[in-house]
Design a protein around this ligand. Sequence first.
Ligand SMILES: Nc1ncnc2c1ncn2[C@@H]1O[C@H](COP(=O)(O)OP(=O)(O)OP(=O)(O)O)[C@@H](O)[C@H]1O
Ligand SMILES: [Mg+2]
Length: 248
Amino acid sequence: MTMTEPQEDKRPRRMRRESERIARLNQLADMGKLAAGLAHELKNPLSTLKLNLQLLEEDLADVPGVERSKTRLTTLKKEADRLRQTLDDFLRFAGRIELRTEEVGVNAIVEELVDFLHPQAQAHKVRILTSLSAEGPRCRLDVNLFKQALLNLLLNAIQAMPKGGELLIRSLASKGQAILYISDTGMGIPAENLPRIFDAYFTTKKGGTGLGLPTTRRIIEEHGGHIAVTSEPGQGTNFRVEIPLVDG
Ligand SMILES: Nc1ncnc2c1ncn2[C@@H]1O[C@H](COP(=O)(O)OP(=O)(O)OP(=O)(O)O)[C@@H](O)[C@H]1O
Ligand SMILES: [Mg+2]
C-alpha cells in the first residue's frame, strides 16, 4: 500500500506549535484545579440524591396506585446518572492527569487495540489494516491513557464509515518521534468543521459528547506529543500522532 508522506514540519511552525501546546496544557492545568474542586462538591450531593431516590423507589414498590410517581422516579434516577456521566466525561478531559509512564513498544499497543476492536470493526464491515514499523518504536507512555487516546481515534474512524470501509494504522520512527497515522475511508470532515473538531463539546453525532478528540489531544500533549488531522470530504480522514521516542 502506498501513500504519500505529509511534509515534515519546518522549524518556525514547530516552535509555534510547541508554544500552543504549552499554553493549552497550562490552561487545562488551571481548569483542572477548578474542575477537581467542583467535581468534589458535586459528587457527594449527587450520590445522596441517587441513594434517596433508590430508597424512595423501594418505599413505593408495594404501594398501589402510584404508577405515575414511580415513572417520575425512574426519570429522576436516569437524569442523576446522566449528570454523573457528564461529570466523569468532563473530568477525564479537564481533570488532573498524572502520567504513570513506562517504556513500551508502540506497535504492541496498536496490536492490542486492533485485537480488542476486531469484533466491533467486523460488525461494521470495517477492515482494519496495519503497517507497523519494523524498527519497533519505543516511547515512554502511560499505557492506559495512551490506549484511551488511540481508542477514541479508532472509534471515530469506525463511526465515520457507516457502510463499512478500511481503517489503516501505520507506525514509523522519524526524527526522534514515533509517528502513527490513523486513516479511514469514511465520510470525511467538512472544511468548516475541521478547525472545531478538537474543541470541547463539538460533536456532529447524536448522543456524542464531543469530548473524545479533546481528551485524545490532551493525553497526547501531556506525553509531549502532537496530533494533526487532514481530511477529504467523501474520501476519508487521516490523523497523525507524534510522540517522542525514548532514545530520540
Ligand atoms: N475519523 C473521522 N471522520 C469524520 N469525522 C470525524 C472523525 N473523527 C472525528 N470526527 C468529527 O469530529 C467530531 C468530534 O469528535 P469527538 O470524538 O471529539 O466527539 P464525538 O465522536 O462526536 O463524540 P464521542 O467521542 O463522545 O462519541 C465528531 O462528531 C465528527 O464530526
Ligand atoms: Mg468520538
